[in-house]
Design a protein around this ligand. Structure first.
Ligand SMILES: [Zn+2]
Length: 409
């Protein structure tokens, strides 16, 4: 952010800082703690909080367990405040959630799809359109393939080639009430978004150099430096799954041979026991293999460990985090993974190998990363100003949430 020069700019800058701090701490810190964290004067903080409450951006609640004296206030999301819609589009289903500032997410819908871009994205677009309101400040969508900056995605093993995600979602059309502008639809890779979420509110928080691996039907990986997943020059950098790191030699749908992602994940589990695999089908059977075939799990853990070692040799991360099926493989066969990784580490790395851990956010990482990408665009002086101009009428526009699951991070 450029430095603020006028008093108006300084105020706008501090409004963003305060909301960002509330969001990043999951609305757990008291007003006085935030005042100290942000090095604000007490009076300045009071004026900021009052202004943000008036704009339906913040709402204070008394801290729980406060016994005596004036209750300590904890700033959190306003009941009529901004919402980010976040979607995780997997190979066989998508999940859509509404997220408040602070990161509380309410799952709105979960729907299976047939693996085609038309069914997956048009159905998601219709669901999103049904949940749009003036409170919705943007939509973030996580996808299981490389995503270019213009929202084109390729998912080789589903046969998706240069699929135009924003066009198929169809949210900019004049027919959609409360339709969104192109800058309010953020499309990203699921691994990079899961890594972003771990960096913001999980095990990569405060880590200078981390490696995040997300495993589902196959595997994706990304390096995270100072809290930012390295996306590459055109946005498609997070593709460790398509490097020959797992010891295999099969041709991959991406066009390369011996890709690591072919040896780790649901497809590899299914293949190991001779079941049909591919096309994003067979999740339930893969879960069964995970639970019953020690041999298949260990083969996956060994391939995962080999690739982790190669990436550790290259990048020297402090910690390696695993999400999705990766966390389950770690839980079931962590010692096999560690041993396999150790065997392929350079001698100079063996003395202090990086920690390998399951991520803190489990299967929700990609969804929460999609939320972060929406709030990153919103939490700017321009985003808050636009909110003020189009502020919902009080009481006229309460959120619709068909509660499937409600959870707080
Ligand atoms: Zn490949």
């Amino acid at each position: 952010m450029k430095s603020a020069t006028t008093s108006g700019e300084l105020r706008a800058h501090n409004r963003v800082r305060l909301l960002r701090a509330v969001h990043d701490c999951a609305a757990t810190r008291t007003r006085s703690q935030l005042t100290r964290d942000l090095n604000l004067a007490r009076g300045t903080a009071s004026v900021l909080v009052a202004g943000l409450a008036e704009d339906a951006l913040l709402h204070e609640e008394p801290a729980s367990g406060h016994a005596r004296g004036r209750p300590t206030q904890v700033p959190g999301p306003h009941p009529l405040g901004p919402l980010a819609l976040a979607a995780d589009v997997r190979e066989d289903a998508w999940e859509l959630a509404a997220c408040e500032l602070g990161g509380r997410a309410t799952v709105l819908e979960v729907r299976p799809h047939d693996g085609t871009p038309e069914d997956a994205l048009a159905s998601l677009g219709r669901a999103v359109a049904g949940h749009l309101s003036r409170r919705v400040v943007g939509v973030g969508v996580a996808l299981a393939g490389p995503v270019r900056h213009d929202g084109l995605v390729d998912i080789a093993h589903l046969g998706w080639r240069s699929v135009d995600v924003p066009r198929l979602l169809g949210l900019g059309s004049a027919d959609v009430p409360h339709g969104l502008g192109p800058d309010q639809v953020a499309v990203g890779n699921d691994t990079a978004l899961a890594a972003l979420a771990e960096a913001r509110r999980g095990r990569l928080r405060g880590v200078r150099v981390g490696l995040h691996l997300h495993v589902d039907f196959d595997l994706g990986g990304v390096l995270v430096v100072d809290g930012r997943p390295l996306a590459g020059a055109s946005g498609v950098g997070a593709e460790f799954g398509h490097m020959p790191l797992g010891g295999g030699d099969r041709p991959c749908a991406c066009g390369a041979t011996g890709c690591w992602g072919q040896e780790v994940g649901a497809n590899a589990l299914l293949r190991h026991v001779g079941l049909a695999y591919g096309g994003g089908r067979g999740r339930r059977q893969a879960e069964e293999v995970l639970a019953t075939s020690r041999e298949a799990v260990e083969a996956g853990a060994r391939a995962l460990g080999l690739g982790v070692a190669a990436l550790v040799n290259a990048h020297d991360p402090e910690v390696v985090t695993l999400s999705g099926l990766g966390a389950e493989v770690w839980e079931r066969a962590g010692e096999v993974l560690t041993e396999s990784c150790g065997s392929a580490l350079m001698a100079i790395r063996r003395e202090r190998p990086p920690r390998i851990e399951a991520g803190a956010l489990g299967w929700r990482g990609a969804l929460l990363g999609a939320m972060e990408s929406v709030f990153d665009a919103f939490l700017t002086p321009e985003g808050l100003e636009r909110w003020r101009e189009t502020r919902p009428d009080q009481g006229a526009d309460t959120p619709e949430s068909r509660n499937v699951t409600h959870y707080t991070l």
